[in-house]
Design a protein around this ligand. Structure first.
Ligand code: G1P
Length: 290
């Protein structure tokens, strides 16, 4: 049994890349096919053994709370009309407790995670960001939890990205590699030039609670925001933080092109939509198949 039972999901961002869609709707509620992106993240946490999730919200995020609540009227209606397959999809899992806290000011990701410190207390915990959905045999977070259980060290999930995209991510300067695991010399948030590698932090983390010591300092970093990566770098100086190149395909839903491609790919993997979409693409000459 793992010690990692609690997870933080920061969801307080303004979603400016998706405006105007996100003017009155949280970006975490934008759906890939028929499921809000944040539900994929919550499912990954549940499938990794997490029992308590705290979602850090901000202004205008009420829809997230409503989504993870049970909707008695809707469920009653679905039961009465015998739509049991849909009922199954809207009924909330009782395998997890979801809690909410508001980040008082949008001061950055590090500050959002710090806002949940009282909920975490003195235990190791997970953080999942909503901009990446990962499809893998073993849930991405579970892979990190297994590594934590083996080592007792904080772990950051990474994958390789093209060098010209490194400025969008936290990047790992590694000392050495053992299988999929790296010891890290330095964690750098969004390097403007000369990235030390193309291993990018992918929004899945396991931390020992000592991380909060550094988050409490509220130091501003890249983009004048309180960066999570900067506290990881501080923690790594006193207590190793590993990088783990997880198995799985990552879908970037944090920007518009990635979001559209994810929707298309998920639809093509879904028996309900595969055929009509393939036909559409073929008829309009978007594929080479006959
Ligand atoms: C955040 C982190 C960054 C990480 C990225 C992954 O950046 O600060 O280190 O690589 O998420 O999605 P953001 O995308 O919130 O600017």
């Amino acid at each position: 049994m793992s010690n990692i039972k609690k997870a933080i999901i920061p969801a307080a961002g303004l979603g400016t890349r998706f405006l105007p869609a996100t003017k009155a709707m949280p970006k975490e509620m934008l759906p890939i096919i028929d499921k809000p992106t944040i539900e994929y993240i919550v499912e990954e946490a549940i499938n990794s053994g997490i029992e308590d999730i705290i979602i850090v919200t901000g202004k205008g995020k009420r829809a997230i709370e409503d989504h993870f609540d049970n909707n008695f009227e809707l469920e009653h209606h679905l039961k009465k009309s015998n739509k049991l397959d849909i009922l199954d999809k809207v009924h909330q899992s009782s395998n997890v407790n979801i809690h909410y806290i508001r980040q008082k000011e949008p001061l950055g990701l590090g500050h959002a995670v710090w806002s949940a410190r009282k909920f975490i207390g003195n235990e190791p915990f997970a953080v999942l960001l909503g901009d990446d959905i990962v499809k893998s045999d073993t849930p991405c977070l579970k892979q990190l939890i297994d590594k934590y259980d083996e080592t007792g060290l904080s772990i950051v999930g990474v994958q390789e990205v093209p060098y010209d995209e490194t400025k969008r991510y936290g990047i790992v300067d590694f000392l050495n590699k053992n299988g999929n695991t790296y010891e890290v010399r330095k964690f750098v948030e969004k390097p403007i030039d000369n990235p030390p590698s193309n291993l990018a932090i992918m929004g899945r983390y396991i931390f020992n609670p000592e991380l909060f010591t550094y988050l409490s300092e509220h130091k501003k970093g890249a983009g004048q925001e309180i960066q999570l990566t900067d506290s990881i770098e501080e923690l790594n100086k006193v207590q190793k933080v590993l990088a783990y190149n997880f198995e799985g395909k990552r879908y970037d839903v944090g920007e518009v092109t990635g979001f559209i491609l994810t929707t298309l790919e998920f639809a093509l993997m879904d028996e309900r939509y595969k055929l009509p979409i393939e036909n559409y693409l073929r008829e309009r000459g978007y594929t080479n198949e006959n």
